[in-house]
Design a protein around this ligand. Structure first.
Ligand code: HEM
Ligand code: HEM
Length: 178
């Protein structure tokens, strides 16, 4: 993981990553807050979100350098080093994902896949009307929204602390310090 040292900006998020991110946000927010859960549209949006995550997993192996899991996978050693830096108030902006952000990103993607799987099972003959599965699906949805809220807040706060345009970078692709 490279520290971010250039105020001039580094192109980090390729077009696929940015499109993936905001399309995923759209599907998840629409499914939780707007679309009625009985509707076919809910199922299609849920499958679209799952397909986006699966495509991102492939991109994490074959994609551009900063998009690769190898660049940011939150190994215990990377997490320990990052937490130690944060404790000493000297966490430097990273060009790609920082280890905590990466842990959150993987959790969000796992929750989306969990929703896709439990959603699909609910519509199958075998699990039709099974209450624990409906409850599990609902709880996963609530966890996803709670985690996503935390994630967006962390992006805001870390951006301020490290004086880096994190959210803008997810729109333009270029990460800049100020
Ligand atoms: C349902 C809501 C959301 C989900 C599921 C979600 C998911 C994700 C995922 C999976 C990534 C990793 C991107 C990649 O490498 O492909 C990511 C990164 C990011 N997201 Fe979100 N996100 C959500 C909402 C938001 C919102 C509302 C904001 C801004 C206000 C935001 C800002 C960011 C930023 C800035 C990054 C890059 C962080 C970095 O520089 O390391 N996200 N998000
Ligand atoms: C981003 C993905 C998804 C999110 C955030 C999500 C979220 C939710 C939420 C919050 C509920 C309401 C639970 C309740 O209050 O009873 C719900 C219900 C439901 N979802 Fe999803 N869902 C997603 C994906 C899917 C998928 C892929 C399917 C099926 C193919 C699906 C099928 C259903 C069904 C059938 C219900 C109604 C269950 C009932 O009768 O209580 N969902 N979903």
């Amino acid at each position: 993981m490279k520290p971010l040292s250039q105020a001039a900006g580094i192109p980090v998020w390729d077009r696929f990553v940015r499109l993936f991110h905001w399309a995923l946000v759209g599907c998840v927010v629409a499914n939780f807050f707007i679309v009625d859960d009985g509707e076919t549209l809910h199922q299609w949006l849920g499958y679209a979100a799952s397909a986006l995550v699966l495509a991102r997993v492939v991109w994490g192996v074959v994609g551009t350098p900063y998009a690769r899991f190898s660049n940011f996978f939150p190994t215990p050693a990377r997490l320990r080093a990052h937490l130690a830096q944060m404790k000493q108030h000297r966490s430097a902006p990273t060009a790609g994902h920082n280890p905590l952000g990466a842990l959150m990103m993987l959790s969000l993607m796992a929750l989306v896949l969990g929703l896709g799987a439990t959603g699909f099972l609910q519509t199958s003959d075998y699990f039709w009307g099974v209450e624990w599965l409906q409850t599990l699906h609902e709880r996963l949805g609530q966890a996803l929204i709670a985690f996503a809220g935390l994630h967006a807040m962390a992006a805001l706060v870390m951006g301020r602390l490290e004086r880096t345009h994190l959210i803008r970078a997810m729109v333009t692709g270029v990460k800049r310090t100020y």
